[in-house]
Design a binder for this molecule. Structure first.
Ligand SMILES: [Zn+2]
Length: 120
């Protein structure tokens, strides 16, 4: 299990396992929010602080919920549907956690996958 938190600790969470890799995506949202994403199934992610502390930004096609800490501004995690065989499956939620927020974790040891979201 790996624990994570935003800068001010208002948002804290746990994931079931360390990430095998993290995604560095160059789309406008990911690059401007400055996150490295580790992906998990819903069952592998647990928010350990009150959900009322989570602020949410949505834009564009409104498919993704981009969560952030409303107190300190850190991008914390995203929620969105999965893609299966080129189609969106809204029945399955995938959680993208900002791996930069993991505590006591050696992020430099995890391979970075460069994702060309800008041209997707
Ligand atoms: Zn915070």
């Amino acid at each position: 299990m790996v624990k994570g938190s935003c800068l001010c600790k208002a948002t804290q969470f746990e994931v079931a396992r360390p990430p095998a890799d993290v995604a560095d995506c160059n789309c406008s949202s990911c690059s401007k929010r400055g996150a490295l994403w580790a992906y998990y199934d819903e069952a592998e992610f647990r928010l350990t602080t009150a959900p009322e502390r989570v602020s949410t930004f949505q834009w564009g096609d409104y498919m993704m919920k981009l969560h952030y800490c409303g107190v300190c501004g850190c991008a914390t995690y995203n929620e969105g549907p999965v893609w299966k065989d080129g189609e969106i499956d809204f029945s399955v939620n995938r959680i993208g956690v900002n791996a930069r927020l993991f505590d006591d974790f050696d992020l430099a040891a995890v391979p970075v996958r460069h994702v060309n979201g800008k041209d997707a």
